[in-house]
Design a protein around this ligand. Structure first.
Ligand code: HEM
Length: 377
């Protein structure tokens, strides 16, 4: 192995260590999901169902986002963000006092915000502003949770964290097609409205939720119109797969906005399950599936070749979510909700196993064979 390849391998291994807590948070979150569905689960800790939501959003997805940002910054202190978020997630599922884990999540989101300030000094722009607004919402969610607010009331903050982070990344890519300044201003107006609506849900729940819902619908309309996804749908292979995941994700986010618009503040029951998972499974997990074959190799320095088999977990996710939400939640069928929810778990696990298998086997194929001179040394 050349020194450069060896250094890349060691860098990848160090980053994989930070990815491990995110993986454990995902597994614990899925175990908690089984318990919340009223089904048997491998681990039955009392606290798991209580922490499922924040564990998934900040412990799992938050760590992934922070790791990707830290890699992009390339400074040692940047890794404190995924480090704190990952450790915070692990402490949530440990017997330690809940406030210890909650405090680490506050630190992790605070460092993430600091990362964006650092990026801003390098290259300010509307995409970065949207991502920083997302980090403000993430920090707000972590602080409010530490302060004792229950998850249903701070849910808009968790949603805004990931929606704005992802929307900012999509704007970055849309700009490849050179957008008119007014188009970017419209995007920023949507971002500002999402953040304002999120804050307003705390103070005036009904009008705040209306504003948040309208802002999300406007953002979805912007994304569908200007994102490169619609054009990529005509391509083949990975671009087509990513485009399909992106457009399906926008549709689920649109449904979340519509539900909030029609129902107002929802904090419990089947409509709550629907709005939560339209955002986090339909939109966020679909976005992760769309970006994984591009982002994971950059972060882990391991190849992750695209194969058509990726479409299997993606189809399963969207079909099972349709069963869970459209039939289970919106038509009040408990069995459809339970079957759909269980298949959601299978879809997420299947995607992880598929990605891990393809990455490991691709690595094995590419590893150079030892030269005769090396084996005899
Ligand atoms: C993979 C399959 C999943 C299943 C079966 C599942 C199941 C559930 C259930 C049954 C609830 C309770 C809903 C209620 O109180 O009415 C819930 C809440 C929640 N879930 Fe999931 N979930 C899954 C994935 C996710 C993911 C990937 C995320 C985030 C990235 C997430 C975030 C949340 C949040 C934020 C809540 C609200 C928690 C609270 O109010 O305390 N879920 N989930």
């Amino acid at each position: 192995m050349t020194p450069a390849a060896d250094a890349a391998r060691r860098t990848g291994a160090r980053r994989a260590v930070l990815l491990l807590p995110a993986g454990l948070a995902l597994l614990a979150g899925l175990d908690a999901a089984l318990l919340l569905l009223g089904l048997p689960a491998p681990v039955r800790a009392d606290r798991l169902p209580q922490v499922h939501g924040v564990l998934m959003v900040l412990g799992f997805v938050g760590t992934l986002v922070a790791l990707e940002r830290a890699v992009a910054l390339g400074r040692g202190w940047g890794y404190l963000s995924p480090g704190f978020l990952g450790a915070g997630g692990l402490l949530l599922i440990s017997p330690a006092d809940l406030r210890v884990g909650q405090s680490l999540l506050v630190l992790g989101t605070a460092v993430l915000l600091a990362l964006y300030f650092r990026f801003w000094r390098r290259q300010p722009g509307p995409a970065l502003l949207a991502q920083a607004a997302g980090a403000v919402a993430g920090l707000g969610a972590a602080l409010l949770w530490l302060g004792g607010l229950d998850v249903p009331r701070l849910l808009p903050w968790l949603a805004a964290f990931l929606v704005l982070t992802i929307a900012g990344e999509r704007l970055e890519l849309a700009r490849v097609a050179v957008l008119a300044p007014r188009t970017e201003q419209t995007f920023l107006a949507c971002v500002a409205a999402v953040l304002t609506g999120t804050v307003a849900t705390l103070l005036w729940p009904a009008p705040g939720t209306l504003l948040l819902a309208a802002a999300l619908l406007a953002l979805v309309a912007w994304l569908i119109t200007y994102d490169v996804a619609r054009r990529m749908l005509r391509a083949r292979g990975l671009p087509r797969f990513s485009a399909a995941c992106l457009l399906a994700g926008y549709a689920w986010l649109g449904l979340a906005g519509a539900l909030w618009l029609i129902e107002g503040p929802i904090t419990e029951g089947s409509r709550y399950d629907a709005v939560v998972h339209c955002v986090f499974l339909g939109f966020v997990i679909s976005m992760i599936m769309a970006h994984a074959p591009v982002i994971l190799p950059a972060v882990l320095r391991r190849p992750l070749p695209y194969r058509p088999v990726f479409a299997v977990p993606a189809w399963l996710l969207h079909l099972s979510l349709a069963l869970r939400i459209l039939v289970g939640d919106l038509r009040d069928s408990t069995s459809a909700w339970r079957v759909g929810g269980s298949l959601n778990i299978v879809a997420v696990l299947l995607f992880v196993v598929t990605a891990a298998t393809l990455s490991v086997t691709a690595g094995a194929v590419r590893r150079p064979r030892p030269q005769p001179s090396e084996t005899t040394r």
